[in-house]
Ligand binder design. Structure first.
Ligand SMILES: [Zn+2]
Ligand SMILES: [Zn+2]
Length: 394
């Protein structure tokens, strides 16, 4: 017999203070990607105390807690991220970061605490048959901790039929659950373009080859990729976020460097944008007589939620918080997320939980010095993972 959703919420409510204290303790001691030493100690200690088999070291500071029940063959993975950001906190909270320049400004303290909240319930009274893998990963913020865990054998060591993860979302009502089947978050690539001409005196431009004029033309030409090459129905972003060139008004510099951020929501479009950037830059450079070198680095992949797992995750959400508090197919996000690499290997779903509307508690955007995870989400998120586990490993 499936349990009533209140069963999970009531349990989590009993431990709400403890889970909040845990979250605030992690918040007070933030650690950057691949340096989550204290945090991973704390996670491993709790899991061990509750009877999990604990594996450490995948991705450096990664922790996986495994719990087997019954003789079920199904395997499930739920992932939380543990890293903080290089930001100096300005919340003034009693549990604010004790380390200048490091802050949990993306709510990964909350994601970790939510999953630990579920871990306690599942160890104490979880009714399921199969294998549960709780994956605590390092370095989600740009450093690719998920990718490293996979490369070091995560899914060979811990097979998972499906994987799930959750991120908080400021600007949305606290506790509201949002789902999206298909492409849900963008790929993110970094491009550095170095243009080399020939420096000279500003008064004698005919004796120089000016890289600044070439750079200016390239910046404008790059705008045609989104406006003329990308399908207008699809999301594409080409942002030139930095230009470095020259120091004085009477000197034409030797070189100019452009830094780009490129995002899209499909593999095909991602490829097309790359080809167009390379084509435009090389042709423009040639026309201005400068030499161009392009360093094109692939960042996170497009995050794609699979249909069956999204439907399953959505149904759990509906039962737990009710239809009115579920967004069944939300808009895609142009931010990126390294859970995308896990979803390239296994079917699954990445969902969002509202952190609070703008102006309300939890409404401040992530990656902002005034941000804080909303502790009211801890019981909801923990109950969600507990319920999802018991249903998936029925
Ligand atoms: Zn972040
Ligand atoms: Zn995040």
């Amino acid at each position: 017999m499936p349990k009533h959703p209140d069963h999970y919420l009531d349990y989590m409510a009993r431990y709400a203070d403890d889970t909040a204290a845990l979250r605030q303790d992690i918040h007070h001691h933030p650690e950057l990607g691949f340096e989550e030493f204290r945090t991973s100690d704390l996670v491993a200690e709790r899991l061990l105390a509750w009877g999990y088999e604990v594996d450490r070291g995948l991705g450096g500071t990664g922790v996986v807690g495994r719990l087997k029940r019954g003789d079920g063959q199904r395997t499930l993975g739920i992932r939380a991220d543990m890293d903080a950001l290089p930001i100096t906190e300005e919340t003034g909270l009693p549990y604010a970061s004790r380390h200048a320049g490091v802050m949990h400004a993306c709510g990964h303290d909350g994601h970790t605490a939510m999953l630990l909240g579920a871990a306690r319930y599942l160890a104490e009274q979880g009714e399921f048959s199969g294998t549960l893998n709780l994956i605590f990963q390092p370095a989600e913020e740009s450093l690719g901790g998920a990718k490293r865990m996979i490369e070091e054998g995560l899914f060979d060591k811990f097979p998972c039929d499906a994987i799930f993860a959750m991120h908080n979302m400021p600007g949305m009502e606290q506790g509201r659950l949002m789902f999206r089947e298909g492409s849900a978050m963008a790929s993110s690539d970094y491009v550095t373009i170095t243009l080399t001409g020939k420096g000279g005196h500003s008064a004698m431009p005919h004796l120089a080859v000016d890289p600044i004029v070439a750079a200016a033309s390239i910046v404008m030409a790059l705008q045609t990729i989104v406006s003329r090459n990308a399908d207008p129905q699809e999301i594409a972003i080409v942002t030139v976020a930095a230009i470095q060139a020259g120091k004085a008004n009477n000197v034409i510099p030797n070189s100019a460097v452009l830094e780009l951020s490129v995002r899209s929501l499909s593999k095909e479009l991602r490829k097309l944008i790359e080809q167009r950037i390379k084509g435009i830059v090389m042709a423009q450079a040639q026309s201005f007589g400068v030499e161009a070198v392009i360093d094109y680095r692939e960042g996170y992949a497009v995050l794609v939620n699979t249909p069956d797992e999204t439907q399953f995750a959505r149904e759990i959400g509906r039962q737990l918080v009710g239809d009115d508090n579920v967004e069944p197919q939300c808009d895609a996000l142009t931010a990126s997320e390294d859970f995308a690499f896990m979803l390239e290997k296994r079917p699954g779903c990445y969902l969002f939980i509202g952190n609070g509307e703008r102006g309300a508690p939890g409404g401040c955007d992530v990656h902002n010095p005034a941000y804080d995870f909303n502790d009211r989400n801890l019981p909801v998120g923990a109950a969600y993972w507990a319920m999802l586990t018991e249903h998936y490993l029925r």
